[in-house]
Design a protein around this ligand. Sequence first.
Ligand SMILES: [Zn+2]
Length: 170
Amino acid sequence: MTLPMSSSAESTEAPSQLQANLAPVALKYVALPVPLPASDTMPISLTASEGMRPPCRRCLLDASPGEILNLIAYDPFPADSITPYRGTGPIFVHAHDCGLFKGEVLPERQLSRQLSVRAYNMNHMMVAAEVVEGSDFESTAGGMLADEQAAYINVHNAKPGCFAVRVERA
Ligand SMILES: [Zn+2]
């Protein structure tokens, strides 16, 4: 008895609709692409410690011990978008106004995690999705955005599922 040459037919993943192996383009990062929900929705707050330093999604830095963060339900899709991919998920945000991330390079700690990289077209429909180690993030995201079908990428921390940042062509 011979084994099948390939098991690819058994994959349950949706195929990417983007061209493969394009040269990665330069990236830019958009923290909190839609405004945070109104503050009258009671946030859950916690204080960061040495052993628990959640990443803030406004400044994109990990919290320092003693800093207070709010845990908020956040939907990264525009409020007027009609897409089945909409939905809220948990994010941490510093309780103080830490300033919106404006850098051109993601903080190193952001790239130390396993990341879910999902590309969407201009109608907010998913056209590709990968889970990568942070060290492979820029080449994966840059390759997806090299295809004009991809309008932007939403990055989530793969394990807890928190939205991290939106990525666009620079
Ligand atoms: Zn912050």
